[in-house]
Design a binder for this molecule. Structure first.
Ligand code: NAD
Length: 398
């Protein structure tokens, strides 16, 4: 499916120099992209401010111009509009080339109705933009290998891409209810349901990514006990044979996958799985890499008739109310989410590499926010970390 193909994924490819960026700038007219920024709540605005500085740098030095607009989501939207996201904000997200979100939530909104809770804004965005593919890289920067719960040799250089189906499965299947049986007992039902097209489209995203990485896909299911697993396995096998036979495919039972992730995580390249297993396995893989403050994510929809793919990029972490306002939050997950946007929405692989290499460079120099502290490293705050990453981008581009 050429029209559905993702742009190249070349993490840590050769060092992208400013000369390269400027020369491609001369050869091609500079494209302009609309990027909607939704900082959200808690540390969201703090980490988004640092991503915004990176965008400003790219505008001054890059191959594209980003027109940014900023709006409210989560608790901050509730305070303003009485709902977790306004219709006008959703319209802006639908019109934008990509959305970058900070984080939502916090104890301030614990008492609001279920429908208006901060997370409802995020869920509505995922639903209205039809973001069915959640990409969560689990990358272990060598400088942080000792922060993992596993031994250095198991995680150093780890680079897994987990592709989780995000809009189907047991979280959305009907019936979904609790019935009072009238005899002092209740029955709770959730329904795990998948249709062929849902499995086909997520499978294609996974294989397409694998072609641009290590060319290997593991597909995790529970075909031994679940009918949805039987169909999942059948569809993945067919899509592989018909369209991606050049990519190595291994089927793995989801429980064994959970075990293999802590036994020998470097055996994985791309891991595709359903909504429920993806929720669990991506959190497990995340912890292999050290801190929540390091983890980016992307949620992608289908391509439209103009080959544009709706996309939302966000750090995996929440609004961290315990540290909000104190200037110590780690902005790396948000800046790395912006790098994913450069790669997957704007086909700017060289610039994505530049941002990711700058993050690695800053970590190699021993600069750390408080969540990453190690013996012998230097603690810096949110703004200093953003500044250090930009300085490193400058140095790598010189
Ligand atoms: P959290 O991710 O906000 O925080 C967990 C711990 O990690 C905290 O100790 C926090 O200080 C730390 N932490 C998180 N991000 C960090 C960063 N960038 N730099 C340094 N330290 C960081 O999870 P939580 O405490 O369970 O949830 C807090 C709020 O966030 C809740 O309202 C929750 O619903 C919401 N939440 C939102 C999202 C989202 O917006 N996608 C995701 C998870 C939780």
């Amino acid at each position: 499916m050429a029209s559905d193909a993702l742009p190249p994924c070349s993490r840590n490819a050769s060092k992208p120099g400013l000369a390269h960026i400027i020369s491609s700038n001369k050869e091609h007219p500079m494209p302009t992209y609309d990027l909607l920024l939704l900082p959200g709540d808690g540390i969201g605005p703090e980490v988004m401010a640092e991503a915004s500085r990176v965008i400003e740098w790219l505008n001054a030095h890059g191959t594209a111009t980003f027109n940014t607009d900023s709006d409210l989501v989560g608790g901050s939207a509730y305070d303003e509009h009485g709902e977790a996201i306004a219709d006008a904000t959703v319209d802006k997200a639908l019109a934008a080339d990509a959305v970058l979100l900070g984080a939502v939530g916090g104890p301030k909104w614990d008492g609001v109705t279920y429908e208006a809770r901060p997370e409802a804004g995020l869920l509505r965005l995922r639903k209205d933009l039809q973001l069915f593919a959640n990409l969560r890289p689990a990358i272990c920067y060598p400088a942080l290998a000792d922060a993992s719960s596993l031994k250095r040799e198991h995680v150093e250089g780890l680079d897994i891409m987990i592709v989780r189906e995000l809009t189907g499965g047991v979280y959305f299947g009907e019936p979904k209810e609790i019935t009072d049986l009238g005899n002092g007992q209740k029955r709770a039902v959730d329904t795990q349901v998948y249709e062929t097209y849902e499995i086909e489209r997520i499978t294609r995203v996974a294989f397409d990514l694998a072609r641009k990485r290590g060319n290997k896909v593991h597909s995790a299911d529970k075909r031994n006990v679940m009918k949805s697993g039987v169909l999942w396995n059948e569809v993945v096998t067919r899509v592989h044979a018909d369209e991606f036979s050049d990519v190595q495919l291994e089927h793995i039972l989801a429980d064994n996958c959970a075990m293999q992730l802590v036994r020998n995580p470097k055996q994985f390249d791309v891991l595709v799985t359903d909504n429920l297993f993806g929720d669990m396995l991506s959190d497990e893989a995340a912890m292999l890499t050290g801190s929540l403050g390091m983890l980016p994510s992307a949620s992608l929809g289908a391509t439209d008739e103009n080959d544009r793919r709706k996309a939302l990029y966000e750090p995996v972490h929440g609004s961290a109310p315990d540290i909000a306002g104190s200037g110590v939050a780690n902005p790396i997950a948000t800046i790395a989410s912006l790098a994913m946007a450069l790669r997957y929405s704007f086909d700017m692989g060289a610039e994505a590499d530049l941002v990711e290499n700058a993050i690695a460079g800053v970590l190699n120099k021993g600069l750390r926010t408080g969540d990453l502290m190690q013996d012998g490293s230097q603690t810096i705050g949110t703004t200093a970390m953003g500044g250090a990453i930009i300085a490193e981008m400058e140095a790598l581009s010189a």
